[in-house]
Design a protein around this ligand. Structure first.
Ligand code: THU
Length: 162
């Protein structure tokens, strides 16, 4: 016996940042602003992330690279760990992410890597509230995802460790 299941999810694509609600625009602009703080001498790929907390505070992150490549960290994890360290117990509502390169014009919004999805999922699972994502390249269209679990199907969580 076998059972076929389909897992799908919805996204919203906005033509530009101008179409976002005011709060989301401001959050994405924070992410754009911190993109320049990326330490990316190796990849030249700069990522900025801005996290909106339930208490309305915004916490930021940018990718931080290392001569020993695996020792560096993506913007999303810098931001979400920063949020957890600064506001423990406060829920995360939304994370805005934007990527640009010093070498070429990034035109497709970059979604978080697998490690970052897992790291953000930990917080989403803990708070039992979805963490919304807003993704943008250097400029241009913005992709909105409802929750990190949508882009991490069959995700691993703490219930397996009980
Ligand atoms: N990077 C991020 O910060 N976020 C992503 O979603 C993808 C990749 C960083 C890691 C590294 O510093 C550079 O981009 C190239 O992979």
């Amino acid at each position: 016996m076998s059972e076929q299941k389909n897992i799908s999810f919805d996204i919203t694509i906005y033509d530009s940042i101008d179409e976002l609600a005011q709060d989301d625009q401001s959050l994405m602009l924070e992410a754009v602003a911190v993109r320049k703080n990326a330490y990316a001498p190796y990849s030249k790929f700069r990522v900025g992330a801005a996290v909106k907390m339930a208490n309305s505070e915004i916490v930021i992150g940018s990718n931080q690279e290392n001569a020993c490549y695996p020792s560096g960290l993506c913007a999303e994890r810098v931001a979400i760990f920063h949020a957890g360290a600064k506001f423990p117990g406060i829920s995360v509502k939304t994370i805005a992410i934007t990527a640009a390169s010093d070498n070429y014009e990034v035109s497709v919004p970059a979604a978080p890597c697998g490690n970052c999805r897992q790291a953000i999922f930990e917080y989403e699972f803990k708070q039992k509230q979805p963490i919304r994502l807003l993704l943008m390249a250097e400029k241009g269209s913005v992709i909105e995802c409802r929750a990190i679990e949508d882009i991490l199907p069959l995700g691993f969580n703490s219930t397996f460790l009980a």
